[in-house]
Design a protein around this ligand. Structure first.
Ligand code: CAO
Length: 450
């Protein structure tokens, strides 16, 4: 017996006429409870509308590009069970269509755009518990607050007590943006965090106890032009800030002699001129990193509370600079792919990134990231770890340098490497070994097969 359900856009705060950027199901599809049906994208967040029940998609009422607001009909569903929202449902004959709000609209802005799957983890508490003093606990009694399940889930994962958050949604409803704003307020010192407030003035080790962010009237000093941050910058900025504050970063710098590797790369590109795909240094670096991750599995792990999750897959993210900001597309199963496929996939993902067309799943599931500034310049830098990953490799511009071969100085092409690692998971000696191994592979790429 099935029940016919009209799935409508739920409460999405103040957003109106939000574009549908993706329709994730088609007519006849069987869907699970909470499975995402469509993705909406406001100027602030990407949100998915989950199914309120398991069932079969009978009809689709929207397409990509449509603009929808709260209450707009999205999908007709033949539900196999009553919707979890508890909304009233028809008699099961399929004749009387009734409304059911999806469980919630789940904004995915934070991790979806920067490929950090922490929030999708069912055990979110680990990431909260595992943080050092800087990430003060903000949890408390939140039962009386008016917030959707997804906003509550988000709050729980960040350790935020929703009763302390001021809701700006309809009827004072607490939105995900309110929670993000609350965390930002605490981190910048504009709001007091409970642990920080409780810490002794002389520094009890809890809370950052920072001064509020300086408020300056810049017009006093000269003409200005104020522009809003791009959506990607806002989202990635919040993630980078969290990662920088919560992870004890250390960066080991090293140098690899890539003279022979560059000769091989140039030769391969000559031989494959017609293939239309360029073998980039980054493609070689991805392969080299996979070999190093296999040798040093702690670098391919994530912290989950007191546990370390060792991944047995090798999905490598690479930072891509786009007109709207930084995104991190992920090459999945890089261990199973050849250089040609990796180079081709990187070119495709980079283009999608620059065109703003990357899908959330193309930025998720990364195990380790590479940030290459080699095409731009610079010597070394400190890449910020892309949580819940535990390490990231920065590549700078290679240059010819005189290297002593025991008898004389010879010109060699030297690539600067900057490996940032999470000191809760990795020790300095291990990081040194990881870099040394990487240097040996990049110096003699035949070693990648060992
Ligand atoms: N040293 C010297 N030259 C390098 C190099 C290096 N380490 N890496 C690349 N180059 C050269 C390439 O050989 C290429 O030269 P030719 O055009 O003469 O062949 C040129 O630089 C451009 O390379 P590319 O950009 O096409 O390819 P890529 O694989 O190096 O980079 C991508 C692709 C997506 C990583 C890049 O476009 C990008 O977005 N980089 C910026 C990443 C970033 O912003 N990181 C910082 C994150 S923290 O804010």
């Amino acid at each position: 017996m099935t029940q016919a359900i009209e799935v409508k856009v739920p409460d999405i705060g103040d957003y109106k006429d939000v574009p549908v950027i993706e329709v994730l199901v088609k007519i006849g599809d069987t869907v699970e409870l909470e499975q995402s049906l469509v993705m909406l994208e406001s100027d602030k967040a990407t949100m998915d509308v989950p199914s309120p029940a398991a069932g079969i998609v009978r009809d689709l009422k929207v397409k990509v590009g449509d603009a929808v607001s709260e209450g707009a009909l999205i999908v007709l569903l033949d539900a196999a069970s009553a919707p979890a929202s508890g909304a009233s449902i028809g008699n099961g004959s399929g004749t009387a269509l009734q409304e059911a709000q999806p469980l919630s609209c789940a904004p995915q802005s934070v991790e979806a755009l920067v490929a950090s799957p922490a929030r999708s983890s069912s055990n979110s508490s680990g990431h909260v518990q595992a943080v050092p003093a800087a990430a003060v606990s903000l949890e408390g009694d939140s039962r009386g607050s008016h917030a959707s399940p997804s906003a509550r889930k988000y709050a729980r994962e960040l350790g935020v007590d929703v009763s302390r958050v001021t809701g700006t949604g309809p009827k004072g409803r607490i939105t995900q943006d309110d929670i993000t704003a609350f965390v930002k307020g605490v981190m910048t010192g504009a709001l007091a965090a409970p642990a920080a407030a409780a810490a002794p003035a002389a520094g009890g080790g809890a809370g950052l106890n920072l001064l509020p962010w300086p408020k300056v009237d810049f017009t006093k000093f000269g003409p200005i032009d104020t522009q809003p941050l791009s959506r990607i910058k806002k989202i990635s900025g919040a993630n980078l800030h969290r990662n920088w504050v919560m992870i004890p970063h250390v960066t080991n710098n090293d140098e690899a002699d890539i003279t022979d590797l560059e000769a091989l790369r140039v030769q391969l590109n000559k031989e494959n001129e017609k293939a239309g795909v360029k073998f980039t240094l980054l493609a070689f670096a991805i392969k080299a990193c996979v070999a190093a991750l296999k040798k040093f599995p702690a670098f391919n792990a994530s912290l989950d509370g007191d546990n370390l999750v060792f991944k047995q897959y090798y999905h490598i993210g690479f930072a891509a600079d786009t007109p709207n900001g930084l995104v991190v597309p992920v090459i999945r199963d890089a261990d199973k792919k050849g250089l040609f496929d990796i180079a081709r996939e990187m070119a495709e993902l980079s283009k999608l990134a620059r065109d703003g067309k990357l899908k959330p799943d193309q930025m998720q599931g990364g195990c380790f990231s590479i940030s290459s500034l080699g095409g731009i310049g610079g010597k070394h830098f400190t890449p910020i770890i892309n949580a819940p990953e535990v390490a990231i490799l920065g590549l700078s511009k290679s240059e010819m340098k005189p290297v002593w071969d025991g008898k004389q100085f010879v010109p060699r092409l030297i690539l600067p490497l900057s490996l940032s690692w999470d000191h809760r998971v990795i020790d300095g000696a291990e990081a040194g070994r990881f870099n040394a191994y990487l240097v040996s592979i990049l110096g003699d790429f035949r070693r990648v097969i060992l």
